[in-house]
Ligand binder design. Structure first.
Ligand code: F6R
Length: 609
C-alpha cells in the first residue's frame, strides 16, 4: 500500500527520500513522486512505475541543495496509475504540497464544494482536495497550522499526510487518522515515514503519531498538537528494528528468508512464556485482565487474509484445548454485521502489521459493544496493539515479504499458548503433551526446510498447471486455504482451498488430469476420510501431490508425488504442513519468472477499507 517519507535537516533531502522510498517498495505501489524545497521554490517529480524510474527522471537533481522534502509511493485507489495521479498534489497556486496514505471518503462532496469556490483540479485522486482545502482556509486565516487543522476537521476517512508549505520552508507538517505515521528523531534533522522500516539506519528514536494529531517538525524541534490545538507530550521510543532484519542477507527474496526464519520465529514467540515441564504458560500481556479472560464464555477472532486463516486454526485450538466456543470472522464482514454481542465475549484481533483498516474497525466496534479486546500483533506500537485492552506480541521481527509466511507460523504459536493459558482445567491431558511437543516444533520445521530442494523439484514439475485444488480437514482445513492463497498471490495460478469433506458438494466437478490436487493428509483422526477423498480424485484421473506423515506406507502407492513431514500431534500439524506449501508457492512463483517479493496488485499492509 502507499508509502510516505519526509525529511528536514542538514543533509541533502533527495537521496534520503529516494532511499526511504526504496525501503518502502515492498509494500506494493504503482507510481512514485517527490517534492523538495530548493532555491526558494518547491520542485516536484512524479513518475509511473518503480522508484528507479523516478530516480532516472531526477538525473543530476539528486545533488541539489534541498533540506526539506517529501516522497510517496502510490498504490492506486482513485484514478489509474499515471503521472497526474501520482503524489505529491498541490493547490491552485503551487504553494502547498501533500502526500497521502489512506482514503478520503467524502472527497466527492468536498471536491464539488471546492470547485464551486473556484478551485481547479488536475487529477482523479481523493488526495488532491487536501491542498485546495488548506488553500481555501488560508484565505480567511493566515496561520498555516490552523488552516490545516480546519481542513482535517472536514475530512472523513483515513489519512496519513506529509505536507510542505512553500512559504514555511523550515517546517515539515504531518497528520494522521487511522493510517500509520512515525517521526524519526535525529540530531539537527528529523524524518517522517509511514513505516518504521524506512527509518532503519537513520535513527533509532521514533515517535508514533496518534490519531487526530498534527506534527510541526523543524530540523531541531518537534511540536505535536491535537485537533483542538492542545499540545501533546512527545513519547520517544526506541525502534526495535535492525539493519540485518530489514535486509535480505544471502537470500534472493525476503519471502524465502522469512520462510527459513520459521524455527526462530516459534522460539521467539515461546521465549519466557512456556514452561513445559511445569505445564505452565505465562503471558505477561494478559495478566492484568486474566480473571476476566478466564470467565470468557465465547471468543470472537477478527482478522483478514493469512491472519484470518491462522484464526481458523485458533478456533479449533480454543474449542479443543480451552473448551471455549469460538467464532472467526473476516474483520471486513464483522464490522458491518448486526449480531448480538454480550459482554462475556472476548474479541481477539490477529494482525501482523497491526494497521489493517478492517481489523482496526472491527476491534473498535467490539469495544463500542463493551467487549474486552485482545491483540495478537507483530508490530510493536501499531494502532491495533495500542487500541486493544491487552495482548500478546509475536516478536517475529519485521515481515517484509508481501506474502505473509513467518507471521502465520508465529500466530499459530501464540494461539497454542493462549489456548493453553485459557484452558479451564490444568489437568487437561492434551495441554501437557501439547506444550512439550510445541518445544520440538522448531527442529521439525528445520527438518522440512532442509529438504527444500525436493519442493523446488516438485515446483518445476507442477509449475505449468493453471489450476489447483487444496484439500485439508480439521486443523489442516485452514492450511488448505492458506496454501491456496500463497500460490495464487505470488504465482497468479488459480487455486482453491476447501475442507476435504466439501469436495463432493461441488469442487469434485473440476477434477481432471489437468487439475491437480494438493492433499494435506497427515496420519491423524481424519486421515481415513482424507484417503477416501484421495481415491475419489484418482478415480477421476486427477494428479495428487500429498503432504503426508513420515513413515506412511500407503500414501506413496496412491499419490503421484509425496512430501513427508515429521510426525506431531494433531493440533500442531499446521506448523509442519504449511511450510512445504509456502516453499512450493515460492518456487512455483519464481520458476514462472515473477518477483515474489512484489506481487502485482498487492500491498503489504492494507490500511484502506
Ligand atoms: C497474505 C497476506 C494478507 C494479510 C492480510 C492481513 O499473504 O499477507 O492476506 O495476511 O492483509 O494483514 P495483517 O496481518 O497485517 O492484518
Amino acid at each position: 500500500m502507499c508509502g510516505i517519507i519526509g525529511y528536514i535537516g542538514k543533509e541533502k533531502s533527495l537521496p534520503i527520500l529516494i532511499q526511504g522510498l526504496k525501503a518502502l517498495e515492498y509494500r506494493g505501489y504503482d507510481s512514485a513522486g517527490v517534492a523538495v524545497f530548493a532555491s526558494d521554490t518547491v520542485k516536484v517529480r512524479r513518475s509511473v512505475g518503480q522508484v528507479k524510474e523516478l530516480e532516472r527522471t531526477l538525473n543530476n537533481d539528486l545533488d541539489i541543495a534541498s533540506h526539506l522534502g517529501i516522497g510517496h509511493t502510490r498504490w492506486a485507489t482513485h484514478g489509474i496509475p499515471s503521472e497526474e495521479n501520482a503524489h505529491p498534489h498541490s493547490d491552485c497556486q503551487n504553494r502547498i504540497f501533500v502526500v497521502h496514505n489512506g482514503i478520503i471518503e467524502n472527497y466527492k462532496e468536498l471536491k464539488e464544494y471546492l470547485k464551486h469556490r473556484g478551485h481547479h483540479f488536475t487529477s482523479d485522486t481523493d488526495t488532491e482536495i487536501v491542498p485546495h482545502l488548506i488553500e481555501d482556509f488560508l484565505k480567511s486565516n493566515h496561520d498555516f497550522s490552523t488552516a490545516l487543522l480546519d481542513a482535517l476537521k472536514m475530512i472523513r476517512g483515513a489519512y496519513a499526510f506529509a505536507i510542505i508549505d512553500a512559504k514555511n520552508p523550515n517546517t515539515l507538517y504531518a497528520a494522521r487518522f487511522s493510517s500509520p505515521l512515525v517521526i524519526g528523531v535525529g540530531e539537527g534533522e528529523n524524518f517522517l515515514a509511514s513505516d518504521p522500516s524506512a527509518l532503519v539506519g537513520r535513527t533509532k528514536n521514533v515517535i508514533y503519531l496518534k490519531d487526530k494529531e498534527l506534527a510541526e517538525i523543524t530540523k531541531d524541534n518537534i511540536n505535536i498538537i491535537n485537533l483542538e490545538k492542545q499540545k501533546t507530550p512527545l513519547e520517544i521510543v526506541q525502534l526495535g528494528l535492525s539493519l540485518e532484519q530489514a535486509q535480505k542477507g544471502n537470500y534472493p527474496h525476503f519471502m524465502l528468508k522469512e520462510i527459513f526464519e520459521g524455527p526462530e520465529v516459534v522460539r521467539s514467540a515461546l521465549r519466557g512464556r512456556l514452561k513445559s515441564k511445569e505445564n505452565l504458560v505465562k503471558l505477561g500481556g494478559l495478566e492484568q485482565i486474566a480473571d476476566k479472560l478466564k470467565g470468557a464464555k465465547r471468543l470472537l477472532i477478527l482478522a483478514c487474509g493469512t491472519s484470518y486463516y491462522a484464526g481458523l486454526v485458533g478456533e479449533y485450538l480454543f474449542e479443543e484445548i480451552a473448551k471455549i466456543p469460538t467464532e472467526v470472522h473476516f474483520a471486513s464482514e464483522f464490522r458491518y454485521r448486526d449480531e448480538p454481542l454480550d459482554q462475556d465475549t472476548v474479541a481477539i484481533a490477529i494482525s501482523q502489521s497491526g494497521e489493517t483498516a478492517d481489523t482496526l474497525a472491527a476491534i473498535r466496534k467490539a469495544k463500542e459493544y463493551g467487549l474486552i479486546t485482545l491483540g495478537i500483533i507483530n508490530t510493536v506500537g501499531s494502532t491495533i496493539a495500542r487500541e486493544t485492552n491487552a495482548g500478546v506480541y509475536n516478536h517475529a521481527g519485521p515481515e517484509i515479504g508481501v506474502a505473509s509466511t513467518k507471521a502465520f507460523i508465529s500466530q499459530l504459536t501464540i494461539l497454542v499458548l493462549m489456548a493453553s493459558y485459557l484452558s479451564k482445567s490444568n489437568e487437561y491431558s492434551l495441554s501437557n503433551a501439547l506444550l512439550q511437543e510445541l518445544e520440538a516444533i522448531p527442529e521439525k520445521i528445520k527438518a522440512i526446510l532442509d529438504q527444500s530442494s525436493q519442493l523446488e523439484a516438485l515446483a518445476e514439475k507442477y509449475k505449468h498447471y493453471d489450476n489447483f485444488l487444496f484439500l485439508g480437514r480439521k486443523y489442516n482445513y485452514p492450511v488448505a486455504l492458506e496454501g491456496a492463497l500463497k500460490l495464487k498471490e505470488i504465482s497468479y495460478i488459480h487455486a482453491e482451498g476447501y475442507g476435504a469433506g466439501e469436495m463432493k458438494h461441488g469442487p469434485i466437478a473440476m477434477i481432471s488430469e489437468k487439475f491437480p490436487t494438493m492433499m494435506i493428509i497427515p496420519q491423524n483422526s481424519v486421515s481415513e476420510k482424507m484417503f477416501a477423498n484421495l481415491e475419489e480424485i484418482k478415480a477421476r484421473k486427477g494428479p495428487v501431490f500429498a503432504i503426508a506423515t513420515e513413515g506412511d506406507q500407503n500414501i506413496a502407492t496412491l499419490a503421484n508425488d509425496v512430501f513427508f513431514v515429521p510426525k506431531t500431534i494433531e493440533p500442531l500439524e499446521p506448523f509442519l504442513t504449511i511450510v512445504p506449501l509456502q516453499l512450493f508457492a515460492y518456487y512455483v512463483g519464481t520458476k514462472r519468472g515473477f518477483d515474489v517479493d512484489k506481487p502485482r496488485n498487492l500491498a503489504k499492509s492494507v490500511t484502506v477499507e
